[in-house]
Design a protein around this ligand. Structure first.
Ligand code: NAD
Length: 464
């Protein structure tokens, strides 16, 4: 009978020791090693597209198109960008010096941090695991990846593929849940990159604090969508639906969490959303193949609990149907739910979309700013002044005007939260930076030595 190996604190210590040895050898620092790993990651994503889609279908019933566009292509783009830009990113940045150090030259030299830990979440399990790995490798680190146990098919496929394609002396995958993550968190890391909810974010940060380890926390929150009336309503509704239900059935960190619009405009908005929803998912969305399921029974129960409150369920204006055996909840719109209800105070992370109404759209600013800072904030309007006010007055990880969620596909923009929605950022060069230390280097020669800086500190020197 074969014995299953337990991944405990001793195993975690051994793992980190091995990776410290690999990092210490200097292999991971070379341009060639980084390029070889990035090319292999790219190849893995190309060679195994079908397997990855199968795993995502098994974990989330994710439609293949969403798997390809939102996960596999995103990882491929990250690899390609890193391969194209790596030389530039690694090149020291020359900076000006000041009179104090004259004559001298100076540079900011990016150096790898060392051995880093990446803990990822279940909702985009392929992308959220491998995108930070791209950054960590590009920056020349040794890496441990801990994918989420809530999406086990993708986690085990990632473990199998990384072992086959990458340098296993410097890149490791640890599968498992809380015990395994806790064992890893006891170790000293040079950076921890965590994606998930804020409660666990606090556990990660507390563990990191014991070793003064810096962290990136990619968390969530309630991302609002403010909708003005003089807009192209059909396009706006399609973009809201695509960001909400077309993004893993609302189980996305930047998913529209709630809408704010005026009392006067709300009926028109609801009507248009209903029409477009029916166009996308048919009359019986529970049967649609184009929408992911809720990840598991525990999240299904959490979501149905949000509707348990009579004051909330009585506000359903569309949808509300559910099928526990299939873990499906239909796209659901709610109009004017109480602001203090659970659905308006917790991140929804599912297919329910409440709509809050206000007298004037400007009142939405106070509603958004009265809560925790969201990961994303969206505004649909043609009004230039409103756009300016929104960008200036709403504090959020990112803002999109006249669309939803798309900013995360723009690699020239940093992706990350603020306040309760997280700290630090990633994507493109920002991921490289997240896993690098920017070392300040000053070059001097032996000429131009100024005696004034040395003792004895005479009065004459002071008066100079
Ligand atoms: P999850 O349950 O997969 O947990 C995330 C990771 O934390 C997993 O690897 C898990 O094993 C680990 N974990 C769970 N409990 C732990 C504990 N007690 N101690 C140590 N480790 C533990 O994912 P989740 O938290 O349900 O993810 C959803 C949340 O993540 C939402 O709030 C969402 O907005 C946020 N999110 C943010 C981003 C982003 O990029 N900002 C992306 C995806 C999800």
């Amino acid at each position: 009978m074969s014995e299953t190996k337990v991944f405990d604190a001793a195993a975690a210590t051994e793992l980190v020791k091995e990776l410290r040895g690999s990092f210490g050898s200097g292999n991971t620092r070379s341009y060639e090693w980084r390029v070889a790993q990035l090319e292999s990651l790219l190849k893995l994503s190309v060679d195994h597209e079908e397997d990855i889609c199968d795993a995502l279908r098994s974990d989330l019933s994710k439609p293949a198109l969403e798997s390809v566009i939102h996960e596999i292509s995103m990882v491929k783009s990250s690899c390609k960008l890193a391969l194209k830009e790596l030389r530039n990113w690694m090149t020291p940045e020359k900076v000006q010096t000041t009179i104090t150090s004259f004559p001298s030259s100076a540079a900011i030299v990016p150096e790898p941090l060392g051995v880093v830990l990446i803990i990822s979440a279940w909702n985009y399990p392929f992308y959220l695991s491998l995108d930070p790995v791209v950054g960590a490798i590009a920056a020349g680190n040794a890496v441990v990846l801990k994918p989420s146990e809530i999406s086990p098919a993708t986690a085990s496929l990632i473990a199998k593929l990384l072992e086959k394609y990458l340098d296993t002396s410097a890149v490791k995958v640890v599968e498992g849940g809380i015990p395994e993550t806790s064992a890893l968190l006891e170790q000293k890391w040079d950076k921890i990159f965590y994606t998930g909810n804020g409660r666990v974010g606090r556990i990660v940060m507390a563990a990191a604090a014991k070793h003064l380890t810096p962290v990136v926390l990619e968390l969530g929150g309630k991302s609002p969508v403010v909708v003005d009336s003089k807009i192209n309503l059909q396009v706006a509704c399609r973009r809201i639906i695509s960001g909400k239900w077309g993004g893993n059935n609302g189980q996305a960190c930047v998913s529209p969490d709630y809408i704010i619009t005026t009392k006067e405009f709300a009926p028109k908005l609801v009507e248009s959303l209903k029409q477009e929803l029916e166009r996308f998912y048919g009359k019986n969305p529970l049967e649609s193949k184009d929408i992911s399921r809720i990840v598991n029974a525990s999240h299904f129960n959490r979501l149905t609990k949000l509707l348990d409150d009579d004051e909330v369920s009585s506000k359903i204006v569309h949808g509300g149907e559910k099928d526990k055996t299939k873990l499906q909840i239909a796209p659901t719109l709610l109009l004017d739910v109480p602001r203090d209800s659970l659905i308006m105070t917790e991140e929804i992370f599912g297919p329910l979309l409440p709509i809050i109404t206000v007298d004037k759209l400007e009142d939405s600013f106070e509603i958004v700013n009265s809560g925790s800072k969201p990961l994303a904030a969206y505004l649909f309007t043609n009004n230039k002044k409103l756009k300016e006010q929104f960008v200036a007055c709403i504090s959020a990880g990112g803002v999109v005007i006249n669309d939803t969620t798309l900013h995360l596909a723009v690699s020239t923009l940093p992706f990350g939260g603020v306040g309760e929605s997280g700290m630090g950022s990633c994507h493109g060069k920002f991921s490289f930076d997240a896993f690098s230390h920017k070392k300040a280097v000053l070059y001097r020669s032996f000429v131009g030595d100024v005696p004034m800086r040395y003792p004895p500190y005479t009065n004459g020197k002071l008066r100079f």
